[in-house]
Design a protein around this ligand. Structure first.
Ligand SMILES: *Cc1c(COP(=O)(O)O)cnc(C)c1O
Length: 395
């Protein structure tokens, strides 16, 4: 317990945690189930190219997403590219500035031009009025992002895309197991893409999936995923290699086995954080709409330095000294990254990217870890101005 300022590790005190408490520690699931699946994989000597594990993984992903088709891939970045190509997207694509670099990279890497759109500083969702203003004759698609698994205004976005004859694809990297308006994420727009990277809620080490209910998009994606080969050796289109290996699919299945448990743990963690941090001036935990299913993977804390006297980054430095590592998801926004730098103002993105941090959660964090982490955050926030004054001496 910290009683005085000098008890903070950053000011010379003892650190609160011996082992790091970090955002993005993977959920593992049952090792036994994974090893059993791997025995099957080895026995079959079928290691990749659409084996049984991959097929079963795709079935289960489609089931959760409520879509006809699911095309598993080696990662979400590749799946985004398959989706864009399968939808014949060309020229300019409008996407939010407040997202991971991968969203913009997926476009640029295949010669498309990302046109960045500012977001609502309160929840990070894309500003519909801005999208409309950014549409040019070269625009052929909107690439939406369900930031932190919090889909927003999907009906209006769909109408807007339809009105302008644009394709609508979603980077749903955060949103597996989430829902909106009574429907699972997966079935919105022309196609949606999940990530099963190790830091995501469900993981296959590395992995992703394109989901859609459009048979033509699914067919093209399957073909392009495997070098543009149709049937056994007939190359009919320009393809790539975006296949998911059987080992990765086995991990994905094992992760899916425990999905309900991961949600339950994440939900408990979220509620615990909310209870522990509510009432501290200047701290606001972004609410998750519990009327819709959610994976609760992104517990987002907004720090108002005007009230706490301690900026988000300084608070993170205080926590890092204690061995606690939240993440700045996403900082600084694509409009401030070298390849995508823009002269236009992005007030919403700058504001939210400068204030929020995503807190450690997942199956491996304990109630005690959360209580202790929140005590540290409260302690620092309540003495923010004083800490800010003394930080220079810490450096
Ligand atoms: C993780 C992530 C990606 C990339 O996913 P990979 O599977 O690592 O390629 C894309 N977009 C967002 C918003 C992400 O968080």
């Amino acid at each position: 317990m910290k009683r005085a300022l000098q008890d903070l590790a950053i000011l010379g005190g003892e650190r609160a945690f011996d082992a790091p408490v970090v955002f993005g520690r993977p959920n593992i699931g049952s090792r036994k189930a994974f090893y059993d699946r791997m025995d099957k994989v080895f026995d079959s000597r079928w290691l990749t190219n659409g084996g049984e594990m991959c097929a079963e993984f795709e079935r289960r992903v489609a089931q959760t997403a409520g879509t006809e088709y699911s095309v598993a891939t080696c990662n979400a970045t590749a799946a985004l590219q398959l989706a864009l190509r399968a939808c014949d997207v060309t020229g300019e694509v409008i996407m939010p500035s407040f997202t991971f670099a991968a969203t913009a990279h997926a476009l640029s890497w295949i010669g498309l031009t990302p046109v960045l759109c500012d977001v609502d500083p309160d929840d990070g969702s894309v500003l519909l009025s801005e999208i409309e203003a950014l549409i040019s004759p070269a625009t052929t698609a909107i690439l939406g992002v369900h930031i932190w698994g919090r889909p927003s205004r999907l009906d209006e976005l769909s109408r807007l895309a339809r009105r302008h004859g644009l394709r609508l694809i979603f980077d749903a990297a955060h949103a597996f197991g989430c829902g909106w308006d009574g429907r699972p994420i997966g079935g919105f727009g022309d196609a949606e893409v999940f990530s099963f990277h190790a830091t995501k809620f469900i993981n296959s080490f590395e992995g992703g999936a394109l989901v859609t209910s459009d048979p033509e998009i699914a067919r093209k994606a399957v073909e392009m995923r495997n070098f543009g080969i149709a049937g056994s050796d007939d190359v009919v289109s320009v393809g790539t290699n975006a296949k998911l290996s059987e080992a990765a699919a086995a991990m994905g299945l094992t992760s899916l086995d425990d999905m309900d448990y991961f949600v339950r743990r994440n939900r408990e963690n979220y509620r615990r954080y909310r209870a522990e941090l509510s009432g501290t001036p200047g701290l606001r935990l972004l609410e998750i709409d519990e009327r819709e299913p959610n994976n609760y993977q992104y517990v987002v804390l907004d720090v108002d330095s005007d009230i706490t006297g301690l900026g988000r980054d300084d608070l993170m430095a205080v926590l890092a000294a204690e061995n606690v590592y939240p993440r700045r998801y996403f900082y600084p926004g694509c409009h401030r990254m070298a390849p995508y730098r823009s002269d236009r103002p992005f007030a919403g993105t700058d504001r939210i990217a400068g204030r929020v941090m995503v807190l450690p959660t997942g199956e491996s964090i304990t109630a005690g870890d959360i209580a202790k982490t929140c005590a540290l955050i409260r302690f620092a926030a309540e003495r923010g101005s004083e800490i800010t004054r003394r930080l220079p001496e810490a450096a």
